[in-house]
Design a protein around this ligand. Structure first.
Ligand SMILES: Nc1ncnc2c1ncn2[C@@H]1O[C@H](COP(=O)(O)OP(=O)(O)O)[C@@H](O)[C@H]1O
Ligand SMILES: C[C@@](O)(CCOP(=O)(O)O)CC(=O)O
Ligand SMILES: [Mg+2]
Length: 387
């Protein structure tokens, strides 16, 4: 049997980092996904390996099942209906399995994704053979939530294969889990994100699980519906960075300056709530679409200023901001910052010529631009008979 799962990346319209410290944030899924295919061999077959292929990087990790049993059987499980955190001791056991795979130094950042895989796999399905293949439309480590999309897609495929989730495997095409299964999937994906991020807020896995647009605060989501067309230019500075380190940096700054940072987080909370209101409230005679867009632009600029205060901007991000401002366009970093991606609001009445010009100028700086659809489906699965 083969199960496929896909899960989208995201943009954060307001509130990244502050959301880790309890502020409100607003995020939307985008039309770029991570795909996982999980093939479990029939039990009478002699295949006794667990193999993970990262197709985009042409990498394969493979362990004899006996070796995984030797290393991880003390963890117990499977416990698919009880999302559980990977303890420091369990993490050490998983790391030993990964170290044996001799990942090249330049690819070492992938080790956290592979660790999340081993934890989710053994916890949800137990120790049994399979081949798991990953591909993605998302740039890794760029602020578009590739880590969460990976954990959501893994969890969706694994849960679909477990006995916990009740789905008719004969249905064709892409399927969505029911509400309680989505909740379980989201909790597992959060456990995977913890392995990659250290201290995630949960916003990325939540928006990837549920899709569309959400307001998120302290683990609670409110689904929101935009009453206005929202077009964003996403500029990837291509400066690599790591969310775990940036999140830790903000926490350290908060420990050094608790009062000042608490004011910053409060300000972000107000900005996110206001931004959600503007997006949700229908345009009227009093508040035209243009006036709403101007409000959004101002809120995005204010949010970016506060992200600078948190110490997560970067010279490349500031270059994008200066470039777009020349065209009177407002931008903010999205995701963890330190490089990665920047969002620029493209107002409804903006001419195509200006959009082309700003993209050409950004690309001449070596950046990569894309206009992604905002607010599509969340996690989905699909069954097919094994070839
Ligand atoms: N398709 C993938 N294959 C393997 N690992 C991945 C994949 N997508 C994400 N990851 C893991 O997530 C990490 C990037 O996560 P992160 O630093 O949070 O950035 P972002 O989530 O913004 O892309 C990668 O270094 C890797 O460990
Ligand atoms: C910085 C943060 O708010 C978002 C991180 O997103 P990304 O991994 O950079 O895509 C962290 C979090 O909310 O877990
Ligand atoms: Mg991430």
């Amino acid at each position: 049997m083969e199960v496929k799962a896909r899960a989208p990346g995201k943009i954060i319209l307001s509130g990244e980092h502050a959301v880790v410290h309890g502020s409100t944030a607003v995020a939307a899924s985008i039309g770029l996904c991570t795909y996982v295919s999980l093939q479990v061999p029939p039990s009478n077959e002699n295949d006794d390996r667990l193999t993970l292929q990262l197709k985009d990087m042409a990498l394969e990790f493979s362990w004899p099942i006996g070796r995984i049993k030797e290393a991880l059987s003390s963890l117990g499980g499977p416990f698919p209906s009880t999302p559980t955190s990977c303890s420091a001791e369990s993490f050490k056991l998983i790391l030993a399995l990964i170290e044996e795979q001799n990942i090249l130094e330049e690819k070492i950042s992938l080790a956290s994704g592979v660790s999340a895989f081993l934890w989710l796999y053994t916890s949800i399905l137990g120790i049994k053979p399979a081949t798991v293949v990953v591909t993605s439309d998302l740039p890794l480590g760029s602020g578009l939530g590739s880590s969460a999309a990976l954990c959501v897609a893994f969890s969706a495929a694994l849960l679909a294969c477990s006995d916990t989730v009740n789905i008719d495997m004969k249905q064709e095409g892409w399927l969505v889990f029911g509400e309680s299964e989505l909740e379980l999937l989201n909790k597992w994906a959060f456990e995977g994100e913890k392995i990659i991020h250290g201290k995630p807020s949960g916003i990325d896995n939540t928006v990837s699980t549920y899709g569309n647009m959400i307001k998120f605060r302290s683990g609670n989501l409110t689904r929101i519906k935009s009453s206005m067309p929202l077009k964003m230019l996403i500029t990837n500075t291509k400066v690599g960075r790591n969310t775990k380190a940036l999140v830790a940096g903000v926490s350290e700054r908060t420990l050094r300056n608790p009062d000042a940072m608490s004011s910053v987080f409060n300000a972000v909370d107000s900005i996110s709530k206001e931004l959600a209101n503007v997006i949700q409230t229908p345009a009227s005679d009093d508040l035209s679409i243009t006036a709403k867009e101007e409000k959004l632009e101002e809120l995005m600029e204010m949010n970016h200023g506060l992200l600078q205060c948190m110490g997560v901007s970067h010279a490349s991000i500031e270059t994008v901001l200066r470039t777009t401002l020349k065209y009177k366009l407002a931008s903010k970093l999205t995701g963890a910052g330190g490089g990665g991606c920047v969002l620029t609001l493209l107002p409804t009445l903006l001419s195509g010529t200006i959009v082309d010009k700003v993209i050409a100028e950004l690309e001449s700086c070596g950046f990569q631009c894309l206009i992604a659809g905002i607010g599509g489906n969340g996690a989905e699965i699909c069954f097919s008979a094994s070839s």
